[in-house]
Design a protein around this ligand. Structure first.
Ligand SMILES: [Zn+2]
Length: 475
């Protein structure tokens, strides 16, 4: 069975066929860097990360582009409040975004284009649309003429009258049609601006994504992903701009990640009801947050609450205990003849079902189900002490660790959050080890031993080797 993706554009499950065999291009709308990202934003970023990991696991060559919107109304407003430049604010929050993403185990995109570095491409695209009669200039601002694009509304499935009534259309008397949107905003005093054929100004949000996606991935991309809230007007407008300019489909598959709720309420910055990703990561290990965020299918709403997180914690504990118990057999794979044990059948079944779940619109909830069913089977065998060939345990270990790595809930290199803690403690421990070395050089054994003993009390074990002193966290 091949892969199927639910395409928001056709509103049905479609066979997945990339434009070029074995190559997949993905564009994911990234953050507007005026603040830290919240855990709802993280859900979209994580889903994109898993889509990419799974496509790579299936043997595709994937190119992922995720933009950073580093100029926009919110950035200008926040920078003004903090009395810093928009560049400084965007830089700080851009760095914080990369740091938070890394802490969540999200692999960086192949390209992270910034809007302010693609002004030229945006101006060129706007000019093409003006030349085609799809845009008009008023007082240094350029508007997209929605009437020029016959299939406007196809993604959000809205009729023209709904678009007028339902959309939060800005009241601007100068526009030909209330649905028209700005692609270039004439400069206001004191705001950052760039030169353009229409005078100084800055790009609108929608044109940024059209221009950056096409620049880095070509006129037609395979998968365009983003949060559910971006479907209209942002993605509708991206389609209108890009397809009118090129005459070809902009994205073959549109994927939208559902909202994350918090204790049953909608999470969002505008509702002032949100949890920052970095705060969540201070409370729970990476794998627990990842497990929670993929415990529902990405098109279903998910509720962030204490109970769900506690459940994820318990599940992860069961998983890592099982993998720890199996790990010792890892080297024995293939040493024995194939056996006919029920556990071996369970391993085969799990591998097939995992692929089926992920092939069906990346159903991570079901995929997790198959993993935990196998964990249950392994635990049964381990506790019953039934004779099982070690090679079967090895196969179970390999199947579990491989699938868990696709989901990013098991990291063979840093199996738990100790890695993160160690990184944070490193400068401090290194400093103490330096003092200890000074003491040893002075033959002050008392101080040297005191530092070692006090570190042990703090669960930090140190070891003197010929190459120097090493340390690790023990529990
Ligand atoms: Zn976008």
């Amino acid at each position: 069975m091949g892969m199927k993706i639910y395409n928001s554009l056709s509103r049905r499950l479609e066979d997945f066929e990339p434009l070029t065999p074995e190559q997949v291009t993905i564009y994911s709308c990234g953050p507007t860097v005026y603040d830290y990202i919240h855990i709802g934003n993280a859900r979209t970023a994580l889903v994109t990360d898993i889509i990419r990991r799974y496509l790579v696991y299936k043997g595709y060559n994937v190119k992922l582009v995720q933009n950073l919107t580093d100029i926009d109304d919110k950035i200008i407003k926040r920078a003004g409040e903090l009395d810093i430049s928009t560049e400084q604010l965007a830089h700080q929050n851009g760095e914080a975004f990369f740091e938070d993403s890394q802490r969540l185990g999200i692999q960086p995109a192949d390209v992270h284009p910034k809007a302010t570095e693609h002004i030229r491409e945006m101006i060129d695209l706007i000019q093409i649309l003006i030349d085609k009669g799809a845009a008009y200039v008023i007082d240094g601002s350029v508007y997209y003429r929605v009437n020029a694009f016959a299939s406007y509304g196809k993604l959000s499935n809205r009729k023209p009258e709904d678009l007028l009534a339902g959309a939060r259309v800005e009241i601007d008397e100068r526009k030909e049609d209330p649905r028209d949107f700005d692609m270039w905003k004439a400069a206001k005093p004191g705001e950052p601006s760039w030169d353009s054929p229409w005078g100084k100004g800055r790009p609108g949000w929608h044109i940024e994504c059209s221009a950056m996606a096409m620049k880095h991935l070509g006129e037609t991309i395979d998968i365009h992903a983003g949060g559910e809230d971006l479907r209209f007007p942002h993605h509708e407008n991206e389609i209108a701009q890009s397809e009118l300019a090129t005459g070809v489909p902009f994205a073959r598959y549109w994927m939208h990640v559902a909202f994350l709720k918090i204790d049953g309420q909608r999470m969002g910055k505008s509702e002032k009801n949100f949890i920052l990703l970095r705060d969540a990561l201070d409370h729970y290990p990476t794998e627990v947050i990842r497990h929670f965020l993929i415990s529902a299918h990405y098109r279903h709403p998910l509720d962030y609450n204490q109970e769900s997180l506690t459940k994820s914690e318990g599940a992860l504990r069961r998983l890592s205990n099982c993998l720890d118990a199996l790990k010792q057999y890892d080297t024995e794979v293939g040493l024995n003849e194939r056996t006919d044990s029920p556990l071996q059948h369970a391993v085969e079944k799990m591998k097939t079902q995992f692929t089926q779940a992920m092939d069906t619109d990346f159903n991570t909830a079901q995929a997790l189900g198959t993993i935990f069913t196998l964990v249950g089977e392994v635990n049964k065998v381990l506790s019953s002490r039934h004779e099982v060939e070690n090679s079967v345990f090895a196969e179970a270990y390999q199947a579990l660790s491989e699938t868990c790595q696709v989901l990013g809930i098991y990291n063979t290199e840093a199996q738990n959050s100790n890695g993160n803690i160690e990184a944070k403690l490193e400068p401090l421990v290194e400093l103490l080890l330096e003092f200890r070395q000074d003491a040893r050089n002075r033959k002050d054994w008392e101080t040297s031993d005191k530092i070692r003993d006090r570190l042990i009390e703090l669960n930090i074990e140190i070891k003197d080797t010929r190459e120097g002193t090493t340390w690790k966290i023990v529990s």
